[in-house]
Design a protein around this ligand. Structure first.
Ligand code: ZN
Ligand code: ZN
Length: 369
């Protein structure tokens, strides 16, 4: 059998299983499945899984899937034994768990339907296997990125910027939010991305006061702000970026508020280094916005980790006392939102380093105006 894509990742997971005295782990979370095996199939929601991994503490790992995915599974998850669950996952586990002498089976309790967990419990009860729920078997391994992952994230960020620049030039009064969002997502695919990493946000004027606005049929008027939050997936890794622009000459109040948000972003970026808590970084940005008189206008957390998923650990929140470690990749996205005026958000991605951080975004045209 060909060798594993990521023997180091599997070895680290097996170390976790040993420490928790777990004989095997059932991996149902799709990004975790991909991270460990290289298997790249997509789930159409939690009810339509493209397969699960069964990783024993020692020896051969398995990928359990159905016939639709057999060829892809064998091509991508090299080193994994691919088994089809013709009679369903539970029937396969009923045979495989005794074969592997599993007494304690870990499962991802944050990514298994209650109904599926019930069926699993009936199987394991019968086999006298103990179920061990957990939410942090694989995620802690993913939180620090290696150089190869950082290179992929950098490439995703740069392509995302190119897509933005291309579409930005075509934005004119009279266009709708949803037309611009569609142009951005089309350009992502045309320029080589697998697709958007989340539904693109385009919000004009007061609509931008909602941090997660949904693009609609609103028509752009001259002198309105345009908030664009967009991301793409390239080689499995996600980009996430927000720019807020005004088409034509920016109004003085817009410029003033944009500068405050940019200063908040830079204050956070200057704080980021290994050993600093997430809370300290969030507060560095929040202080700038508060001192400018907009403290009540910045409700959400400052940022989040990005990797195989667009939102992952760590969260840059004022409540998190988690320490940053070198190799983590996070967004820095302060904003100011006023219901009767609109909103401004700027979002870049940075890599945490021992002595500071590296901003992955290259283009500052739309940040310092
Ligand atoms: Zn974003
Ligand atoms: Zn974000």
């Amino acid at each position: 059998m060909p060798s594993l894509h990521f023997p180091d990742r599997l070895a680290r997971l097996q170390g976790v299983l040993s420490r928790k005295r777990i004989d095997a782990l059932l991996v149902t979370q799709p990004a975790n499945r991909r991270y460990l095996s290289g298997y790249n199939a997509e789930d159409h929601g939690i009810q339509e899984s493209a397969g699960v991994l069964l990783v024993p503490r020692r020896g051969q790992p398995f990928l359990l899937t159905d016939s639709r995915f057999l060829l892809q599974a064998e091509e991508e998850a090299t080193g994994f034994a691919v088994r089809l669950y013709q009679q369903g996952l539970m029937a396969t586990l009923s045979r495989l768990l005794p074969e592997l002498r599993v007494r304690r089976l870990g499962f991802e309790s944050h990514y298994l339907l209650h109904a599926t967990a019930g069926r699993l419990a009936r199987v394991t009860d019968k086999l006298k296997v103990e179920l061990v729920p957990g939410t942090d078997f694989v995620e802690p391994l993913r939180i620090v990125k290696n150089n190869d992952e950082i290179a992929k994230l950098r490439a995703a960020v740069l392509l995302n910027e190119q897509v933005f620049q291309k579409v930005y030039r075509t934005i004119r009064p009279g266009m709708t939010e949803s037309a611009i969002a569609l142009d951005l997502e089309t350009a992502m695919r045309e320029m080589g991305a697998a697709g958007p990493s989340f539904p693109t946000i385009v919000a004009f004027g007061t609509n931008a006061a909602k941090p997660h606005a949904i693009p609609g049929s609103r028509v752009l008027a001259a002198g309105e702000t345009v908030l664009i939050d967009m991301g793409l997936v390239l080689d499995g890794y996600c980009a996430d970026m927000t720019r807020t622009v005004m088409v034509g000459e920016p109004a003085p109040l817009f410029r003033e508020r944009l500068r405050i948000v940019r200063r908040a972003q830079l204050a956070a970026i200057q704080t980021i280094r290994a050993g600093v808590t997430c809370r300290q970084v969030d507060l560095a940005a929040r202080r700038v916005i508060r001192e400018a008189g907009y403290g009540a206008c910045f409700g959400h957390a400052l940022g989040h980790g990005v990797g195989l998923e667009v939102h992952e650990e760590p969260r840059l929140s004022s409540r998190s006392r988690k320490k940053l470690r070198a190799g983590m990749v996070v967004t820095v996205e302060p904003g100011i939102y006023l219901p009767d005026w609109g909103g401004i958000r700027l979002e870049n991605m940075v890599v945490v380093r021992e002595e500071g951080c590296e901003v992955l975004n290259r283009d500052t045209t739309f940040l310092d105006r």
